[in-house]
Design a protein around this ligand. Structure first.
Ligand code: TXA
Ligand code: MG
Length: 310
């Protein structure tokens, strides 16, 4: 992708004026605002129709500014060195001196932070004097956007500017790991748990469906294309769209394939766009065939399960 510095400057100028802009990341597009500014963060919540008790992830260029805001620890440094920039978000204790807006965190004493890898957003972050608060660029509970046109579909003129970055290369949101005590996964995502475990040299617990929703804001209905989804289907019903992991020879219009040969990374990259496509093609429900529950396939299954609660 060719990088257009004039576009990045435009985004920078708007962010400096406490406006929101959509930004590309390697996971999904985000709706960005100055993380130090209450005004900017309020605008993000309003745009997304997001409840105030669901805090935002703060995006940094590198460790420099993060050190003012968070208590860093050994596990953090191990994972940062190996995976950042990349699709992983860390939950850490916030320092008293932190300048992050209390609107962004809903006054929590913790902070979720990440270092996005997308080259356009890295240049933007380098130019800015503040970190960026950015939730996924979709309306609350709906499917995230992985291209600029999908952001436009959801927000139209309500968003002042969309910074072009092509299609997100990972296609699902970052993996969230709580590192305050024993490492704990709070959301499956673009980075596989297996390789995180290898670096930390221990098994990590997974707590992605907390009974108390208020804590990490893991709402039960999420990632919904707006029509019902049935999982692990072998035989479809009349008029259903059929979503399969691997291309097959049956070339019916209601068949949709996440990848050519069953590659899970390719499937994750295509997932949200295909779910949007099925809705646009006017199907009233989706049947999903079995998807291998390994590697990033676990993330795909997690998203589809949450979407199926519609
Ligand atoms: O890949 C991503 O992480 C994308 C891109 C744009 O960076 N962002 C993203 O943000 O997915 P969002 O807001 O859609 O999801 C953030 C999740 C929410 O479930 C929120 O509750 C959780 O992170 N979160 C934020 N701050 C937290 C904290 N202090 N402790 C625990 N969970 C937190
Ligand atoms: Mg989201």
């Amino acid at each position: 992708m060719k990088i257009n510095l004039a576009n990045i400057k435009k985004a920078k100028n708007l962010l400096n004026k406490r406006e929101c802009v959509a930004i590309p990341t390697e996971t999904v597009y985000g709706i960005a605002g100055n993380a130090y500014s209450d005004t900017a963060c309020k605008k993000i919540f309003r745009l997304k129709k997001r409840p105030a008790n669901n805090p935002l992830i703060i995006h940094y260029y590198d460790l420099k500014k993060l050190r003012n805001d968070c208590e860093l620890n050994e596990n953090f440094f191990k994972l940062y060195k190996k995976f950042c920039p990349g699709p992983i978000t860390f939950v850490l204790n916030q320092k008293k001196t932190s300048k992050i807006s209390k609107i962004a965190t809903n006054k929590k004493k913790t902070l979720a932070v990440r270092f996005p890898k997308h080259p356009v957003t890295r240049i933007l972050l380098k130019y800015l004097k503040f970190p960026i608060a950015a939730p996924s660029a979709n309306i609350f509970t709906k499917i995230s956007a992985v291209t600029s046109s999908e952001v436009k579909e959801d927000f139209g003129k309500k968003i002042k500017y969309i910074l072009e970055g092509g299609r997100s290369s990972v296609g699902v949101e970052s993996t969230i790991i709580d590192l305050r005590k024993k490492p704990k996964i709070l959301r499956l995502g673009g980075l596989e748990i297996g390789i995180i475990q290898k670096i930390l040299k221990k098994k990590i617990s997974i707590n992605i469906n907390p009974s108390k929703i208020s804590a990490p804001g893991q709402f039960r209905i999420h990632y919904s294309p707006g029509i019902p989804i049935r999982l692990n289907v072998e035989k479809i019903k009349k008029k259903e769209a059929f979503l399969l992991i691997k291309k097959n020879k049956i070339n019916k219009t209601n068949y949709y394939f996440l990848s050519k040969k069953g590659n899970l990374k390719e499937a994750a990259k295509n997932l949200y766009t295909i779910l949007r496509k099925i809705k646009k093609d006017n199907y009233k429900s989706i049947a999903v065939g079995k998807i291998p529950n390994k590697g990033i396939g676990k993330t795909i299954n997690d998203r589809l399960l949450k979407a199926s609660k519609f």
